[in-house]
Design a binder for this molecule. Structure first.
Ligand code: AMP
Length: 209
């Protein structure tokens, strides 16, 4: 049986978000991205958004309790999901275990130079949220969204200094204990995220069967 409660782990820029959208559509389950949920809270100037914004601008993790409460509400009652961006540390992994079981965890592996190269070329549509990459998946017309023709922007945390912090503070420091946690539960699968979108997608699908 294909797994339906999925967690994606990997450094920023490893293609988790892109693959999460495709895998969720394939499985017919919601794609739940804590980054997207938090950005929407910030945009709507909610209490949570105002609390989270400073951490996000600095490339640091938003405190666990704030994100845990948000994810708990979002997951309640759903029978399947592709989680993208949560958990980000061992404490969050333990919190998640109190909310739901997880069938499979995919870890997207990518080296540092490629992470920086990809994130520097990332552009997003502020209107519909579609994500482009100027190198690997550019829009048809210079800097305009293919679907809604809105001018594409760079995420404010995709600058070189913040990217470095996100890799070091959020990923490198936290990933080891999480991998061990999920390896022990026998749900972890490693995915080489170096390839193009299609080949990584196929590898991810195989890892869910
Ligand atoms: P992302 O879109 O996944 O790169 O997330 C953007 C930013 O949101 C991160 O740099 C963090 O500041 C924050 N964030 C997203 N997910 C989490 C999480 N699970 N725990 C804490 N902060 C998070």
């Amino acid at each position: 049986m294909t797994a339906r409660r999925i967690v994606l782990l990997g450094p920023p820029g490893s293609g988790k978000g892109t693959q999460a959208v495709r895998l969720a559509a394939w499985l017919g389950v919601p794609h739940i991205s804590t980054g997207d949920l938090l950005r929407s809270e910030v945009q709507n100037r909610t209490t949570l958004g105002l609390q989270a914004q400073g951490f996000m601008d600095r490339g640091e993790l938003v405190p666990d309790q704030l994100v845990a409460e948000m994810i708990r509400k979002r997951i309640e009652g759903v029978t399947g999901f592709v989680l993208d961006g949560f958990p980000r540390n061992i404490n969050q992994a333990k919190i998640l275990e109190t909310v739901t079981a997880v069938d499979r965890v995919l870890h997207f592996q990518l080296n540092r130079e490629e992470i920086i190269r990809r994130l520097s070329a990332r552009r997003v549509c502020p209107q519909c949220g579609h994500v482009y990459n100027l190198i690997s998946s550019p829009p048809q017309h210079d800097n305009l969204c293919d679907t809604c023709k809105t001018l594409l922007v760079q995420r404010s945390d995709d600058t070189p200094e913040v990217i470095e912090r996100r890799i070091d503070v959020q990923y490198a420091r936290e990933i080891g204990p999480m991998l061990e946690f999920y390896r022990k539960r026998n749900v972890l699968r490693e995915i080489d995220a170096q390839g193009d979108i299609e080949s990584v997608y196929q590898a991810a699908q195989r890892a869910l069967e």
